[in-house]
Design a binder for this molecule. Structure first.
Ligand code: FES
Length: 632
C-alpha cells in the first residue's frame, strides 16, 4: 500500500513513454530507467546544464534550485525549462524532452588506425580426445591431459592449471567422455570445455576513457573486430575530470570501491552489447585487454589512485597487470583473464602506450609527433631510438564541455564552419540535420575563420567595431552567431562566445606548449618532423590548416599530418591478438622518457606565448605568417 501511495506516473514526451517513479526521484534517473536518453556532459552533477527538459506543471515538481537558476535564462524559466538532474517529481507529471536535450547517436571515433600484425593471441584452444583410464593406464587426469596435449604440440609441456578448473577437471573429463577442448592463456589452462569448441574463441579490447568506454569484440581466430560498442563512462557522476574522481576515491575505501564498481558496470555493459550484437556468448570471451589513463587503470583494478595526483605523481606500478575476470566482476569467461598494457607515469597511462603501438612510431627511423587529444592530452616525440613524452591538462573544451553551445560530435552537431568575406556562415552538421550545437572541430574552424577575417585579433578578442548582425553583445559579453534561430533544431541561435574562445585558447596553448617543449628537448624543429599523428575521439574531423591557424599544432606541412582516430582501442586490439605486440609494449615503456611539464622551468612562458593566435612569436608559424596579409 505504502508503495502505491509513494508512486507517481511520469510521461516522457515526445515519446509517449509512461513510467512509474517514486515521489522525490530525480527526473534524470527516471528517464534513465525508462530508456529515455537525455543529454548530459557531467553525468547528472548540475555542471553542464545540458539536461534541459520542459515541465509545465511546476506544482508537480521540486522548487527551482540555485544550480538551475545559473544554467537557465529567465525566458527559459518562464517557459517551464528545468534541469532533469536537479528536478524531483512530487506528483504525476508530463516531462517534455526538447530536441536539444535528446541524446543523439554518437559519431564517435571508436575505430582507430590499425597496423597489420601477425596473429598470435595469448589465448589458444586445443581440441583433444583423451584415452580413458584403465587398470593398465592409471595416469592421473591432469597428467593424462598434459601428455595428450604434448603429443600434439611439443611446447605444451609444463602447462599450469587454474585452481578453479582443476577442481572441476575429473567431472568434466568423464561427463564429456574424454572429448574436450583446452583453453589456454599463455602457459596456464584456464578452461576445459566438453566437446570441440575450438571455433569459439573471442577477446575484448577496451579503452576506458575518462568520458567514455569503447570496446571491440575480436574473433581471436581471425583477428577481426566483429562488433564495436561505446558508452559514457558511468564514473562521470563523480566528476567530469580525473582529479575530481581521484579526490573522491582518496576519501575512503568505500568511495574507491564505488568507482571501481562503476567502471566494471560500464565494461560489462559494453561486453553485453557487443556480444548481443554479434550473437557471441560472453562466456566465450576469454581475455579482456584494457587500456586507459593511469587513474582509470587504478580505479578499475581497485588500486588507491591518490598518489597519482600528488607530486611527484607516482603510479602504483608500471608493468602489465593480469587478473581473473571473476575476481574483478567482469562478466566474461569467469577464469578468463583481464589484462592491462603497462603504463608510463602518473599521467601517461596504458592508453598512451597503446597509441604508440598502434601508430608504430616507436619502430620508425623517421621522427614523429603523436598528440592524443582528450581532457588530458598526451604527447610523444621521437623515433625508434627513444621517445620523449608528457601529458598536459587540456580540459574538456574539445569535447564540447564548458562551451556555451558545445556538444559532442553526435548527430546535429555543427562539425565544419566557413565564414566568407561578408561574414556569412556556411556550416555542415553531422547527419545533415538542423543544428543543435557545435562540436570541437567546428569551434576550431570558427576561431580560425574569425581570425582570418579579423573578427578576432591575435589575443582572441572579438572586434566590436565590425558591423555585422552576427557580432553582438550578450549577457556574457560579445559573441558571434553561427546559426540563426530559424535554422536550428532548438529554435535558438547557436553562437560562439568570447568566453568559449578563451576556453579554447587555454586548451590549445597547453597542447602546443607540450609539443614545443618536447621537440626542443629532442632537438627537433618542425622541418625535421616526418609525421604528426593526431589521435583522439574527434581527430578525424579537424581541419588541419585551421588547427595550425589557431596554433593548436606545430606548423608542419599538412601532408605529414595523419588523423589516426581512437588509437588507444586499436593498440589494445593489437596487443590482444599479438603476443609480440604485448611484449613490445613492455619493452617500450622501458625506453620512453617521461618529461614532467609541471617541473619544466620553461612551461609557463611557453604556455603564455602560445595563448596568442596562432602564437606570440608568429615566426613559429611560417605557413600562417605567409597568409596573414590576405587574412584581413
Ligand atoms: S546533466 Fe544536468 S547539468 Fe549536467
Amino acid at each position: 500500500m505504502g508503495d502505491i501511495m509513494n508512486d507517481v506516473k511520469v510521461v516522457f514526451e515526445p515519446y509517449g513513454k509512461r513510467v512509474k517513479a517514486s515521489v522525490g526521484e530525480l527526473v534524470f534517473s527516471i528517464a534513465e530507467k525508462a530508456g529515455v536518453a537525455i543529454r548530459s556532459e557531467c553525468g547528472g552533477r548540475g555542471v553542464c546544464g545540458k539536461c534541459k527538459v520542459i515541465i509545465l506543471d511546476q506544482n508537480a515538481i521540486s522548487k527551482l534550485s540555485d544550480i538551475e537558476m545559473n544554467h537557465l535564462t529567465s525566458s527559459e524559466i518562464i517557459s517551464g525549462y528545468r534541469l532533469a538532474c536537479q528536478t524531483r517529481v512530487l506528483k504525476n507529471v508530463v516531462v517534455a524532452v526538447p530536441p536539444e536535450s535528446i541524446m543523439q547517436p554518437p559519431k564517435l571515433m571508436i575505430l582507430g588506425f590499425e597496423r597489420d600484425v601477425k596473429l598470435s593471441p595469448v589465448v589458444r584452444k586445443l581440441h583433444l580426445l583423451l584415452p580413458e583410464p584403465t587398470l593398465s593406464d592409471i595416469r592421473p587426469d591432469f597428467e593424462r591431459l598434459l601428455e595428450s596435449a604434448q603429443e600434439r604440440f611439443k611446447d605444451f609441456g609444463g602447462l599450469d592449471i587454474d585452481y578453479d578448473v582443476l577442481k572441476m577437471l575429473p567431472e568434466i573429463l568423464r561427463r564429456s567422455h574424454w572429448d574436450i577442448t583446452l583453453v589456454m592463456w599463455d602457459r596456464r589452462i584456464i578452461g576445459v570445455e566438453p566437446g570441440d569448441t575450438s571455433d569459439r574463441i573471442f577477446g575484448l579490447a577496451l579503452d576506458i576513457g575518462t568520458s567514455k568506454i569503447v570496446g571491440h569484440l575480436v574473433d581471436l581466430k581471425s583477428g577481426r573486430t566483429i562488433a564495436v560498442a561505446s558508452i559514457e563512462n558511468p564514473q562521470a557522476v563523480y566528476g567530469e575530470d580525473i582529479i575530481t574522481r581521484i579526490t573522491h576515491a582518496s576519501k575512503g575505501d568505500a568511495n574507491l570501491k564505488e568507482l571501481q564498481r562503476l567502471a566494471v558496470d560500464g565494461i560489462n555493459k559494453v561486453l553485453h552489447e557487443v556480444c548481443e550484437n554479434s550473437g557471441v556468448d560472453p562466456f566465450n570471451v576469454y581475455e579482456v585487454m584494457i587500456v586507459g589513463n593511469t587513474a582509470m587503470h587504478h580505479f578499475f583494478f581497485g588500486i588507491q589512485p591518490k598518489y597519482v595526483a600528488q607530486s611527484p605523481y607516482v603510479p602504483a606500478l608500471r608493468k602489465a597487470v593480469s587478473v581473473k575476470a571473476k575476481d574483478l566482476g567482469v562478466d566474461a569467461y569467469p577464469c578468463g583473464i583481464v589484462t592491462s598494457l603497462p603504463i608510463v607515469a602518473g599521467f601517461v597511462g596504458a592508453d598512451a602506450v597503446a597509441d604508440v603501438i598502434a601508430t608504430g612510431m616507436h619502430e620508425l627511423s623517421e621522427n614523429s609527433i603523436l598528440i592524443d587529444i582528450g581532457t588530458n592530452t598526451e604527447v610523444f616525440v621521437g623515433n625508434r631510438d627513444y621517445l620523449l613524452c608528457c601529458s598536459c591538462a587540456s580540459g574538456p573544451a574539445f569535447e564540447g564541455a564548458h562551451i556555451k553551445h558545445g556538444m559532442r560530435a553526435v548527430t546535429g552537431a555543427i562539425e565544419k564552419v566557413h565564414i566568407d568575406n561578408n561574414f556569412d556562415v556556411k556550416y555542415e552538421t553531422i547527419g545533415g540535420v538542423k543544428p543543435l550545437g557545435v562540436c570541437g572541430s567546428a569551434v576550431i574552424d570558427v576561431i580560425a575563420e574569425m581570425f582570418k577575417h579579423g573578427i578576432i585579433d591575435a589575443n582572441g578578442r572579438i572586434n566590436s567595431q565590425i558591423e555585422s548582425p552576427r557580432i553582438r553583445a550578450s549577457n556574457e559579453g560579445l559573441e558571434f552567431v553561427i546559426a540563426w534561430k530559424d535554422e536550428t533544431a532548438t529554435g535558438r541561435e547557436i553562437t560562439v562566445t568570447q568566453k568559449d574562445i578563451r576556453e579554447f585558447q587555454l586548451a590549445k596553448a597547453a597542447i602546443y606548449s607540450a609539443c614545443s617543449i618536447l621537440m626542443k628537448k629532442r632537438g627537433l624543429s618542425e622541418e625535421k618532423i616526418d609525421f604528426l599523428f593526431i589521435a583522439g575521439a574527434f581527430g578525424n574531423y579537424i581541419n588541419p590548416e585551421n588547427a595550425k591557424v589557431i596554433g593548436l599544432i606545430p606548423d608542419v606541412t599538412s601532408e605529414k599530418i595523419r588523423f589516426v582516430g581512437n588509437t588507444a582501442v586499436a593498440g589494445a586490439k593489437m596487443a590482444l591478438i599479438s603476443k609480440e605486440m604485448r611484449n613490445a609494449a613492455e619493452q617500450l615503456v622501458e625506453k620512453i622518457r617521461y618529461h614532467e611539464l609541471a617541473a619544466d622551468p620553461n612551461f609557463n612562458q611557453e604556455f603564455i606565448n602560445a595563448l596568442n593566435i596562432p602564437h606570440r612569436f608568429i615566426g613559429r608559424f611560417p605557413s600562417i605568417r605567409k597568409h596573414l596579409k590576405s587574412f584581413r
